[in-house]
Design a protein around this ligand. Sequence first.
Ligand code: NAD
Length: 540
Amino acid sequence: MAITDDLSLPGSATAAPDAPGPGAGLRARSDAVDVAATAVIETFDPRSAKLLAIVPDMNAADVRAAVARARSVAAPWAALSFSDRAAHVLTVRDRLLDRAEQLVEVICAETGKQRAEAVTTELMAVCETIDWYVRHGERLLRSRSVAPGTMAHKTARVHYEALGVVGVISPWNYPFTLSMTPLVTALLAGNPVVLKPSEVTPTVGLAIGELFDNDRWGALVQVVTGGGATGEALVRSGVDKVVFTGSVSTGKRVMAAAADTLTPVLLELGGKDPMVVCADANLDRAARGAVWGAFQNSGQTCMSVERVYVERSVADAFIDRVILETGGIRQNDGLDGAGDIGSMTHAPQLDIVERHLADAVDKGAAIVVGGRRIEREGLWFEPTVVIGVDHTMDLMTEETFGPVLPIMVVDSADEAVRLANDSRYGLNSSVWTADRELGDDIAARLQAGNVCINDCIVSYAITGLPFGGVKDSGIGRMHGPEGLREFVNTKSVMSARVHPRRELWWFPVPASLDAIGIRSMRLRFGSTLAAKARGLRRTP
Ligand code: NAD
């Protein structure tokens, strides 16, 4: 369905009239932004190219005001017990469940996703994350004591404290999950959040803001809509941490801006995930996995299978199966979100897909399935399989982020691993083999934050597993214990258990302290009895 007044748009979005394309007239609503007086951005339904909504393009003053509102509740929110914070987040999750159908509509309308994809990878993924952290968060954030070592007369404890206000900047490909995951994790760790959703999917961001409305913690989650300048204003606003999910190039700009104030950053960036298919792999499963991994969400997943390396002895059989499976994909052409995959989301991304394909064909690759835009309104591209590729081609080295599966034939699993690692990216990866030891061995050798064996992408769905990248794919981790502790200050507290008048090493330093130090080191750290015994002897 086209989003018009039929679907109530959240927050300060103005519903667009049911008129085609950009530039259509605006129908103001009483609760909507004054589009005449405010800078705005427009958002479109990529399935039909229809104008969907108009939202404010907020400036630095708007962002600072939102951060100030969030900061006003930071101390009382951090002072709540974990279980009180969890209870609040669970109320929000119930609201999410109540509104599940409506949220799916908003997500599909702004991304072009297929409905089941929106349900599983957006709503269910967020419910899972909340579930895992609600179950484990209290234990992970509980203060703990540490053995004091040589300082046996001291006590040592680690405390985890909220950071303050967290800024979350999210992309358009999973606008709900990639906003909500850092957001709820930050909240559970004790931090209010200011969210800047992608300018391509702002109404999803506003729908998130609405989930947190109508309760006594109204300022806890603020949503600021706008483009890159709004995002940069958030980075420079004095927030206590920035979680950025997006492209490598923007991530570098975020990190550079954050450096001015030494604001810590967590960066979840792009990927070029390799799939290694060994000669002994179950080819039916590997081919189906490759096709799903490359084309789900129209290839617009940071962990999409973006390149396959298959051993020569099974290459033909594997490629035949991939071609067959790809031909069977049901690409929905309507607005009901049915079928296997939907449209693409962002027009510039189609240009990148076409550029990468043209470059590959120029350099000798062959498109064996698809390869073209679909001639209809909206952002539709055929699922595409390419063979005869190599690393001189952008298709094998740069993130394509579209429904394209390039397959390269290699002479051995070792060559596959070498080529898989010949990349500036290192997000997810996969190896497919019947040999468990070989799978583990290749997993250990792949340079990536995440590896799947005989599967792809769905490691993200195991919320206890930390998720993140190496190399250009990012810094820091979401999910798992590491993901929660991204949002706390790890404070170490040491306490003098006994209070002698002076410590041995205080001034004036005793003349014999160096000799005492050497003897006690030998006693304590000598690895054999003989070595320890030397600590009992006086140094001549
Ligand atoms: P993008 O970098 O263009 O934009 C991401 C966000 O950054 C948007 O909200 C945008 O408005 C904002 N932004 C732009 N300029 C900014 C600036 N100077 N300062 C602060 N914020 C700024 O990315 P995109 O096109 O929205 O998303 C696609 C990219 O995201 C792909 O590269 C994909 O691989 C990556 N991604 C990574 C992960 C992950 O977990 N590693 C997940 C999803 C997407």
